[in-house]
Design a protein around this ligand. Sequence first.
Ligand SMILES: Nc1nc2c(ncn2[C@@H]2O[C@H](COP(=O)(O)OP(=O)(O)OP(=O)(O)O)[C@@H](O)[C@H]2O)c(=O)[nH]1
Length: 237
Amino acid sequence: MADQASIEQSMNKMMSSSVIEQTSSLSISSQNMLASSNAPIVDFSVGSMPANYGYDESFSKEDDEDDSNEESSQFKPRILIMGLRKSGKTSIKNVVFHKMEPNETLFLDPTTKTNLEDISCCSFITFQVYDCSGQIDLFSDPTCDYNALLKGCGSLIFVIDAQDEDQYLDAISCLAQTIFRGYVINRAIKFEVFIHKVDGFPDEKKMEIYNEIQQRATEMLIQQDSTETLIQKIYLK
Ligand SMILES: Nc1nc2c(ncn2[C@@H]2O[C@H](COP(=O)(O)OP(=O)(O)OP(=O)(O)O)[C@@H](O)[C@H]2O)c(=O)[nH]1
């Protein structure tokens, strides 16, 4: 099992890479999202992964020790990258994990199916990254077992293209749907929203986009919450 401090270090590295430096990150804690109003606030940050980060609740350390290498590989911490088409998911993955030059991302082909990759930062830091295709809706694709995918997911990164005004509202709506459905399947998922492609925008515009996404996503989540629970806190990081 990977050392938590090392995973933390590698994730922090990921967050400081060049692509993400140009990306405003709005982090939403699922525990806070739909928690009842008197529940404690549990802030999530990249530096605070729980011990069972990315594992099914049913998975225990003993299970890991008993399993063969092949079997235990399915219990590696998992990160899911989702978002509409051309939002920049594969670019982020390649720049962060494969040291691709940002300008080379111009030539990436569209992702047509969910790509799973094992990432090894060193011999004992490994995790899995799922790059989902923005061309298909994960929740209505009969070939995708989204239940299993989300159940074993520790963190879900949703990428929004800040430059694509045509898909902007659709992206926020998809984000709200994804959070809502993901939370039903796995309450431990940590949701990270990357407001991407803000390079070239003045700070004022960045903040405008940031606030709009936060506000609209909050409204949509409140609408979808059929119980009496409320979004308790959304915070910026
Ligand atoms: N301006 C700008 N463009 C970017 C950035 N990151 C990625 N892009 C461009 O966005 C386009 C789409 O990037 P992809 O990574 O293929 O997007 P995707 O979300 O994986 O797309 P699908 O395969 O359709 O799901 C490419 O032309 C990238 O060069 C960024 O930070 N800024």
